[in-house]
Write a new protein. Sequence first.
Lengths: 386, 531
Amino acid sequence: MRGLIKVGLGVMATLGSMAAWADYSWNFPTPVTPIAHETLEVHNLFMIIITVIFFAVLAIMLYSMWAHRKRDGHQAADFVKPNSRKQWAWVMVPFAALLFIDYVVFGIPAYHAVLMYEDTKTDADMVVKVTGSQWLWEYEYPEEGVKFTSRLVTPRTQVMNVDPKGEHYLLEVDNPLVLPVGKKIRFITTSNDVIHSWWVPAFGVKRDAVPGFLREFWATIDTPGVYRGQCAELCGKEHAFMPVVVHAVPEAEYREWLASKKSGQAQLAASTDQTWGKDDLMQTGADVYAKSCAACHQPDGKGLPPAFPPIAGAAVASTAFMDAEGNMVKGGHLDTVMNGRTGSAMRAFKEELSDVEIAAVVTYQRNAFGNAAGDLVQPLAVKSLR
Amino acid sequence: MTTAANHADHAHHGHHPKGLAHWLTTTNHKDIGTMYLIFAFTMLLTGGAMILGVRAELFQPGLQLMQPEFFNQLITLHGLVMVFGAAMPAATGLANWMLPMTIGAPDMALPRLNNWSFWILPPAALMLVLPFFLGLAGIGPGAVDTGWTMYAPLSIQTGWGMDFAIFAVHMLGVSSILASINVIVTILNMRAPGMTLMKMPMFAHGFLMTAGLLILIMPVLAGGVTMVLLDRHFGTHFFNAAGGGDPVLWQHIFWFMGHPEVYVLLLPIAGAIPHVLSAFSRKPMYGYRAQVYSIWSIAALSLVVWAHHMFTSGMSVGGQLYFMYSTMLISLPLAVLFFCWIATVWRGSVSFETPMLFALGFVILFGWGGLTGLVLADAAAVPQYHNAYFLVAHFHYALYPTTVMGAMAAIYYWLPKWTGHMLDERLGKLHFWTVIVGVNLTFIPQFFVGLAGMPRRIPDYPLMFAEWNMLSSTGALILGISHLMFIYIVIKCVRGGKKAEASAWEGATGLEWTVPSPAPYHTFETQPVVK
């Protein structure tokens, strides 16, 4: 018994010292959208109510265990149902209280909250389309013609405990989603492959990205800042490694960012029209391979068969990808990369990668890992085959 | 749980094979009950070992012990093994042992079917875990790795471990449907003369509803996994949007099975616990009728609330409101059960033997599981809880106290009847307190880390979640050790101990306590009459 008490005290001391850490997380993050404010309020109220119910019932049970002990000679009563008006009151009061808590205290705010949550269209200022892919997020601003992908940048060396972990370990991306504060943003989610779920706790929203279907939610962010979240639906092996990072900025700054993003895309379009040399294609291709292909096909191109077949020595990487008339060879290398393979984990990269990136990565795959097809893929060819 | 001592008295029935052949061919409800319980406990240790691997990986941020694809296999098998391999067979084992004895029948109604429904289980379990061990040996892609919910299209995409899981689910389904038919037929036809439905033991009421639910839901799951199989190999597109299918359809099919499944696991225990509470309070069960009606309403309601697992999948406003309010409705019959349990103890003459401790522990911890379920009914707030560790902690508070602590309360309660020996109270109490420390230390931190934003099913996590995870992993180790104590206590009780009398516990009532301990191989050769 004394041992148990010591263990208990130890645990309490650990918990106590942890509670003292100012930035220690144990409840929802500070809410920054109307939905998150509402949710936090309901949550706090409900945690109080259920904690009170729990300890009240526990107290009654402990009292009974103490006061009605056999050891102290307590004689058992023999009632099996309420017999008097007083006992009926004892039965009905908790029942009525629960009914009231369920459908009034809880049910009425929940009704309004559901309506608020689902009202994505009224006064929406802008639309952002969120597409989940194994294992990255793709963001699109349809009205602006801006589109980019966002993926984890935490190096594998930190994950494998070779290097020390950084402050935002697993919660840092190459291209964060940039959003203006004070605007009602209507989000539309979908997916390229399996179901993902887009979640930012500070926004109080989580919605699945379902392939082939559109789902909606909305957020009006009231405070500028960086908000982080993670994919919340198991989506395969890299599920833990597709975070969400949102930069909420004042409107002017958002406009500025949008303009720079657009000019970047224009430059990219110009580079598509040039004829590329082998070295440039191979160099760009190696980068694209590392971020888009290596997770499944592995850095050495050997894959993880049978789900993820090898590229090294694959027939598809040495046979023709275009026929003499300049048409795509069905099931050929370029077709596989651009349109995916139905019924396998290989998804279509047509939307996710630019013409230059596709041309470069296919060239790279055909001329690396001991593959020696020797041919090049030009960005213009990719453009014409879209 | 030896029955060797009793073999003499059935020798006159003719030749019975010995050894392994005896266990393969036995149609005796006690033998089959014992096999079910041993099987369930083996699965509990298997699923437990898997989750200890998971908790070890989660002890610190970063990947230390395994790669994500292996981690996903562990969490998936943990879920499937615990639900279908441990929790359900444990309840069926209890039913096999106790149903005939408590309703005054000589055996189950369909003994050969009974044998068959058990012997389908081990091959099914083997089928489920075989790809895992093959994967360890470097053959194939490993076991199913989609989470126990097997959401399409991930389950269409993954390796052939999924095909094994599909056939395992088929076999497990056949097994539980057969066992359920047996239970229903036994309860409806073999009760002692004079035992009307409303005089039946609560345990039989609980299991009757479980059996009914299983017959309704297991065929739906079997159909669903068959559709996955067809999508995987035969070119159909049930769950493929590109072919006109709908991935969310799978979720409806799965949760139509998955939600009642929770009550499939709860109801046998909710039936057994009142007997324990009543015995150690030396006071008759409070509100028998109210409890029976509550069990019926819980079973009925459980069939119409499934989509509250899918609030973040996207659903119409009407759908969300309906599933939210109908889910809240379940809290009412559950509250009636809690009220009756507490009122049974109230003003009794209470003593705290091991079964009573486990029963009270079940009531208290399951109470917390139920209360946290109430907040999860709120469709608008649920995005913050759903698929986060808060949800994991909630359903473990709902399932661990019922399927493990509740089953242990029942096993400890009836163990003297099975073995003829009283159990070692000192060790039993130590076991109880180890469980209490373990379960709370494991799951309380998970509530907090979930509220802070940690999603479930991730092998690696951001640094801010580190301390809670460390505590939780420590708790899991303690909880794991407690199960080893259970084996030791049971084996010790089988081997010897203080001789148990026919009525082993002072306040115990019911037909099972009118026969000697250990119970004879064929319990009631002449049916007792209940007045």
